[in-house]
Structure formats: structure tokens, C-alpha cells
Design a protein around this ligand. Sequence first.
Ligand code: HAS
Ligand code: CU
Length: 556
Amino acid sequence: MAALTPTVLDPAGYELPLEQRRLLRWMLYIGYAALIAGVFHGLANALSYAGISILGWFPGLRTYYQGLTAHGVANVLIFTFSFANGFLPLMTARALSRPLDRRFLWASFLALLTGNVLVIYAVVSNQASVLYTSYAPLQAHWTYYLGLVLVVVSTWLALASMLVDLRGWRRQHTGARIPLLAYISISSYLMWFLASLPVAVSFLGFLLPWSMGLVERVDPLLTRTLFWFTGHAIVYAWLLPAYVSWYALLPRQVGGSLISDSYTRVVWILFLLLSIPTGIHHQYTDPGISQHLKALHGVLTFGIFFPSLATAFSVMASLEIGGRRRGGTGLLGWITRIPWGDPSVTAQLLAMLTFVLGGATGLINASYTMNQVIHNTTWVPGHFHMTVGTAVALTLMGVAYWLVPYLSGRGLYSRRLALASSWVYTIGILIFARGMISGGLHGMPRRTFMAEATYYSSEWRLPGLLTGVGGTLMFIGVMLFFLVIGLTIVAGRRGEQPSDIPVSETLTAPALTGWEPRLDRLGWWFAAAVLLIAIAYGPFFLSYAPEAVSPGFRVY
Ligand code: HAS
Ligand code: CU
């Protein structure tokens, strides 16, 4: 066996100060609570495609769009970022064996909490039914924009707590390579920091003053382009914490190893470079953006596909090593030896398998001409429930099965129930996505309350039914997750928790000479990413003359 990576493994079992663990634990709880709160309207939406309306069951819900906004905001914005705010700093502290910066951590927690309160107020009072994309001229109450800005600020503060940690570590370890787990955790949020600036400009510079009545009009195309400038990269900000688990933790959980230190760093650098200059693939049908830029973003999107293909290879190799070490033989025999009885592992394996289909549908979205067929149809939610809705959400559920016990000091309440949750959820998503994808090919519209639509096509009948059945199973899966985690927190056996984070060994240690140490110059790579962005977005912003064209509309 090749050399292990000492900086990843040593010293084993570092524990954060209690106060910091508690803060991180509460950020994670906010995230999981948002996941659970958000899925109720998911169920209503799925059933509506099968012609069933349950909206009347939701006390206080005034419109379909109010519910859909709550679903999107809670599940893709609050859940994902609250989780990452707790998880990435925890991984960094573990890898560097140092406590985090206390002030930044507190500030991050308070910003997240305040942001949540403002957003919940705006959405629950039906003053922000603008869907998570927040397209102008649909106008929300100012608390909605400010609340989301605070959530973004909380991610910057979480990054700051990690960077301070890294600086302190570097001072004590001159010339040493950054431990891999810290490297991938920090660079995930470094990418997101850069990616989040355009949406911050859009919200703070345009939408917030407009919603407060300080300016009368905004430019829908400009704010939309700023949204998608952030909005493609945001999907990788959701995905990368899951990748952190797949690369650096899961191999240990299955008894395998991570195959290569440099390979992993190169994958994260590719995400830093290519995640952002691709956003216009969400705007292929928008007028006012040149065909050349659309084509360039299309080509770069095929580029950003690559690090995920590389991930499939690396993660599969780690799993194979684990399966073979556990006695698996033959071409595929190792698969049966992966510990499928461990709910944390199984959730993540099922998330990966679903992601193969999520990735494949992404390529079709990215193809300029094929996008014309599927844009604004249910194909797109079919795609993203297999990516963020499963690759990410189910992985984060799997992580909870060791992380919540680890942080709360209580053993997992029931492995069986946890396993059932993941299987039910996965069977659900496969049926649901089959419905949405096939319906989309027949033009079934997304973001539409089909149970009361005044038009219908007979080709939507079977897809609609599959969507309803699959969505119901997904809902049951999340409720089982809620049960397991809730019971773990209140009734899990004390003392049965894992004593450490499952950090993997790496087969090839990081080199101290040659080209590889340059991978750690994060500042340089950050600058290169800025340059690529300037090339991909510069022409639009240099040539577009924004006009204050639209007053706000509230159609709800
Ligand atoms: Fe996407 C629309 C293109 C990935 C999320 N995407 C969306 C929307 C969301 C979303 C939310 O080009 C809708 C936005 C809206 O509201 O309008 N997407 C892509 C491409 C990728 C991609 C090329 N998307 C994601 C991820 C998301 C996400 C990740 C969330 C986390 N997407 C698009 C485009 C649109 C779009 C267009 C606009 C459509 C339109 O017209 O509106 C790629 O990054 C995908 C790469 C993935 C892979 C898969 C790798 C597989 C792995 C698993 C390995 C499995 C193993 C199993 C090892 C190449 C890593 C082993 C197991 C054993 C048991 C052995
Ligand atoms: Cu995208």
C-alpha cells in the first residue's frame, strides 16, 4: 500500500470546543428543519400533476405560488446553505486540528438566523410569492430580499471563519501542504463567494431599493442575468459539500481509500474556474443576449461536466477498493460487499446512482438546440430533483446519520428506519423523475398548478400520475428521515455516537516538490477564475445599456 497522508489522518480525533460544536449543530438543525418544512408543498405540487389538489389542507396558504416559493426557498436555498455553513467549517477545523474563529462563527449564525426570520415572515405573509428565482418585475416585500442577502452574508462569514483558521495553521506549518479535507472545504466556499457577488449586487443594488420604493423601476433582463450569473454556480455550492463527503469521508465509511490527493484538488480547481462562466445556459431563450455568448457558455458548460465525470471515476474507485478489502471478488462482486446495511453509506450510494441520470439530463439541458424542446417544461424539475433533490439532499440525509449522533452525543435511533427512508425516497424519485421527464418531452409545463389548469393534453396523463405517485413516496421518505433524526435527538442512547468524523486516508500523499504545491495557491486560481468570468460575461455588461423599464407587479 502506498504512503498514507499524515496531514489528513493526524492527529486523530480532534474535537472542537463545545461552544463551537453547539453553534455548528444549530446551523445544521436549521438546515434539516428547512428540508422538512419545504417538502410539504413539494407533495402538493407533485399531486397536482396527477390532478389532485390538496392545497386546501394547508392552513394559511393563499396561493399555489406562495407554496411553491416556500418549497424552493426552503429546500434549495435555506437547507443547502445552512448545512454547508455548519459542515464545511467543521471539516476545516477537523482537518487543521484548530478551533474556528469564534466571532465569525457567531456572526455567521446570527446572520443566518435573522435572514431566516425575515424570509419566513415575507413568504408566510404572502408578500413574496415570486419563486426562488426572484424574477423582476414580480416584486416581493423588502424583508424577502434583505433576508436572502443575510443568508448569503452568513456564508461569507462562515468562509471567513475558515480562512482565519487556515491563516493561523499556515503560520505554524510553513511549507506544508494544506490538508486535503480543509482544502476542498475552503475552496468550495471560495468558489461560492465569487459566484455570490452578482446576486448580491442584484438584490442590494436593484431589487431591494425598488421594493422599498426608493427607485421606481428595474430592468428585468439585467437582474435576471445577474441572478443566473450566480445561479448556475449556486448548484455547485449545493453539490460540493456532498462531494466533500463522497471524496473524503465515504471511502473511510466503506473501508476504502481516496485514490489521489492531487486529482481531488484538480477537480476542485476546475469547479472554481468553470462553475461561474456558464450561467447563460439558463437563458438560451432570453432575448437581448448575443448568440455568441450563448454558444460560449454552452461550450464551457460541457467543460464543467468534466470534473463530475472525474468524480464518478474517483468515487467508484474508492468504493471498489473498499469492497475488495472486505472480500469482494470478480468484476462486480465488490459491489455486494460495500456495507449496504449502514444507512449513511446506502443513502449516499443511492444518491450517486440517481446522480448519473441527473448528470445525463443536464447535458441535454446544456445542448443549445435540445434546450429549446425542454425549457420551461417539467423536464427541468425532473433534472433538478435528481441533482439537488437527490444527489445533494439524500447525501446530506446520509451524512446526518453519523453527524447528528456525533454532534448530539446520542446514537442513531433506528438503522432500519433510516435505511427504509433512503430506499423509499430513491424509488420515489425514480418514478417522479420518469414522470416529469417524459411529461416534459410532451410539453407539460413546469411551475403550473395542473390540478386547476384550464388546458390539458392526454399525453400528460401517465406522466402526471407517475409524478404524483413518485412525489408521494419521496415525501414519505423525508418524513421517515424526520422521524429517525427527531427520535435520535430526543431519545437516542447516550454514548453510542461515533467518537470522530470518518476522515479517509489517501493512497497517494501530497507532493512537496514539482507542480503539485501550486495547487495550493488558492489566490492565483481565484484570480484566474475572475479572468475567465471577465471573458464570459464582460461583453454582455459592456454592451448592455440597462433601462429602468418596469415598475413592480404583485399578482398575488
Ligand atoms: Fe442543472 C437547470 C445543466 C448539474 C440544478 N439545474 C437546473 C435547475 C436546477 C439545476 C435547480 O445547461 C433549474 C433552474 C431553474 O429553476 O430554472 N446541470 C446542468 C449540467 C450539469 C448540471 C450540464 N444541475 C446540476 C446540479 C444541480 C443542478 C449538480 C444541483 C445540485 N441545468 C443545466 C442546464 C439547465 C439546468 C442547461 C437549464 C435548463 C433550462 O432550460 O431551464 C452537470 O454539472 C452534471 C454533471 C454530472 C455528472 C454525473 C456524475 C455522476 C456521479 C455519480 C457517480 C456514481 C457512482 C455510483 C460512483 C457528469 C459523480 C457508484 C455506486 C455503486 C453502487 C457502485
Ligand atoms: Cu445551470
